[in-house]
Design a protein around this ligand. Structure first.
Ligand SMILES: Cc1cc2nc3c(=O)[nH]c(=O)nc-3n(C[C@H](O)[C@H](O)[C@H](O)COP(=O)(O)O)c2cc1C
Ligand code: SF4
Length: 561
């Protein structure tokens, strides 16, 4: 059980007054060249942490120092949810309210908090997911996770807020983040030897590493399942001498928390995977893009990174920089993440060119998920044949599944690729499961008679995140939660997604209202047509898949409830 680092815990009234000398010093402590235009977003993030806001005078000051226009800074502040231009309340309570927290009763706690704190200096909000769905109900208080909320202690929490108690005085157990793994496997339990895989990669050289990765058959574990060796080779082949490795630690899919585990417990292996990738493609710089909700992990990751630097183990001329996201789910999409790393709004860009050809700052860039990099380290340390010992021919190896919802043991389970859903359900104690949502909101909805479906890249049940629901759950409620999520997270850049996600929610509401069979059939047809339109015309993966929960509902849910 890891506890949040309490140095980060401060109430918002502890923030200092705006002071340009302090601001400059803070930014310089963070980065030697904080006023370069591409640092604009990170500078705003740091100022937000230091002063609790990024007010218009602060934006004007940063504009004068960095040469970025005030208009551009304002557009960053309006895009990223965690950047706030107004003075902060003393407490900011953000409850996670994805479908898992909802079935665990979060709505009741939110209502109670709102009623009790209506006249307190506290803003009570909800947010889709904070990467803690393995805890029954979780929230962020002033950006820090609070994981032990329930009907009995919510009053106690409200009283602490009303009394203006500093977070330091709150019961520490409330902040404990469990990182229990219920079913370890090869990736999470082998005898890891720090730096051994990287040493081998350096010794054997680029082509050997690429061939070795090819032989392993590793496929990206961030969602798309793209072969890692192909991605690395494309980047390696580019003539440009400047290349980058990026680690996508934006884990924002509702119900997913596996990357949090790796970043906390197997941090060395994430770093080593990035350094191995750097050898494979010839990169000299890496960026780890961490979702803003995982702010509390920054100190830990930085400390581990510093150990690598001090031991001179990162590899010749290679270094890694950690950058923080600021509350935009779309920034998990690789091109949006690269935009965000370059200090811009996280608007996805068109492909081709692919990041391997033209990525961060226009340079060839590898984008890999946290778990993919952990698997790369495993492959270098244990061998590609060892990796292939489990899994299927086309989806070799194993992966961690984040399991949440109606089961006795929510948490993390490492299983070979291709293991059937029913094996996972037996392990997590979900005998009453009626259906599971596998692979996130836009993944597959599998009913009981489909529980033999394998969890691998060839099947609809890809896994990674598995939400379990028993017969008491309304499939309409689940679907509605997902479609609202997509509406909220649409970046608004293209019309099919911006307007389509809104229209889809209206249609879904209409579908549930008492109406004639003919009208219902028409609404159903409209929803299918809209899903297809969004699939074909949206700019990025978010909009393309945002209608899939509705298709799942129509194909699997409606009529089966
Ligand atoms: C809306 C959206 C959100 C995404 N979020 C993440 C994420 O949080 N983490 C991640 O690794 N990949 C995410 N992806 C997939 C990435 O675009 C990309 O495929 C992945 O980072 C590549 O790494 P991999 O090859 O190691 O899987 C997302 C994709 C979309 C369309
Ligand atoms: S599909 Fe949605 S998230 Fe993607 S670019 Fe268009 S509006 Fe933004």
């Amino acid at each position: 059980m890891a506890e949040s680092p309490f140095e980060w815990l401060r109430a918002k009234s502890d923030f200092p007054e705006w002071d340009t000398d302090l601001a400059e010093q803070t930014l310089l402590n963070q980065h030697p060249a904080p006023f370069r235009p591409e640092r604009a977003l990170q500078s705003l993030v740091v100022l937000q942490q230091q002063f609790g806001q990024v007010s218009p005078p602060m934006q004007t000051w940063l504009a004068s120092k960095s040469g970025v226009t005030v208009a551009d800074l304002r557009s960053l502040v309006s895009f990223y949810q965690f950047l706030e231009p107004t003075p902060p309340p003393r407490y900011h309570l953000r409850f996670a309210n994805n479908i898992i927290e909802q079935i665990n009763g979060v709505n009741h706690l939110v209502e109670q908090a709102r009623a009790t704190l209506h006249d307190a200096d506290c803003k009570v909000e909800t947010t889709s997911c904070i990467g803690l769905s393995d805890h029954p109900i979780a929230a962020l208080i002033n950006g820090h996770p609070i994981t032990r909320l329930n009907r009995s202690n919510i009053n106690e929490l409200c009283q602490l807020i009303r009394a203006g108690k500093s977070l330091q005085e709150w019961p520490r157990r409330w902040f404990a983040v469990d990182n229990t793994i219920h079913h370890p496997g090869p990736l999470t339990s082998y005898p890891y030897a720090r730096g051994q895989g990287l040493a081998l990669a350096t010794q054997q050289g680029q082509q050997w590493v690429l061939n070795h990765m090819d032989a392993s058959g590793l496929r990206g574990l961030g969602g798309a399942g793209f072969p890692t060796a192909v991605k690395w080779r494309l980047c390696a082949e580019q003539a440009d001498p400047v290349k980058y490795i990026t680690c996508n630690a934006d884990e924002g899919e509702p119900g997913t928390f596996k990357d949090r585990f790796y970043l906390t417990v197997q941090t060395d292996q994430v770093i080593e995977g990035m350094a191995i990738a750097a050898v494979a493609v010839g990169a000299s710089k890496g960026y780890l893009y961490l979702r803003g909700e995982y702010l509390y992990l920054v100190k830990h990751i930085e400390a581990v990174l510093q150990q690598w630097r001090e031991r001179g183990q990162l590899g010749a001329g290679f270094d890694i920089e950690l950058q923080l996201g600021a509350g935009a789910y779309v920034c998990g999409e690789e091109s949006a993440m690269l935009e965000s790393l370059a200090g811009k709004r996280g608007i996805p860009t068109s492909k081709p060119p692919f990041p391997g050809q033209k990525g961060l700052f226009g340079k060839p860039t590898v984008v890999n998920n946290v778990e993919t990099l952990v698997a790369a380290t495993y492959i270098l340390q244990q061998g590609s044949s060892a990796f292939r010992l489990v899994g299927t021919e086309h989806s070799p190896g194993s992966r961690l599944h984040s399991v949440s919802g109606d089961c006795r043991r929510p948490g993390l389970y490492e299983l070979p690729q291709g293991a059937p859903v029913q094996d996972l359900l037996a392990l997590c104690g979900a005998e009453d499961a009626h259906c599971v949502q596998s692979g996130g909101p836009s993944g597959a909805l599998l009913l009981r008679h489909q529980f033999q479906t394998p969890l691998d890249f060839e099947s609809p049940g890809r896994g990674g995140s598995v939400m379990v629901f028993n017969r008491d759950r309304s499939l309409w409620d689940i679907t509605r939660n997902f479609t609202r999520f997509f509406q909220h997270e649409s970046c608004g850049f293209c019309t099919p997604c911006r307007a389509g996600t809104v229209a889809m929610n209206h249609l879904l509401d209409r579908y549930e209202q008492p109406t004639t069979a003919r009208q219902k059939a028409q609404t159903r047809a409209d929803m299918i047509e809209l899903t297809q339109l969004m699939q074909h015309t949206s700019h990025c993966g978010l909009g393309k898949t945002a209608g899939l929960p509705v298709l799942n509902f129509l194909n699997q849910g409606a009529g089966h409830e």
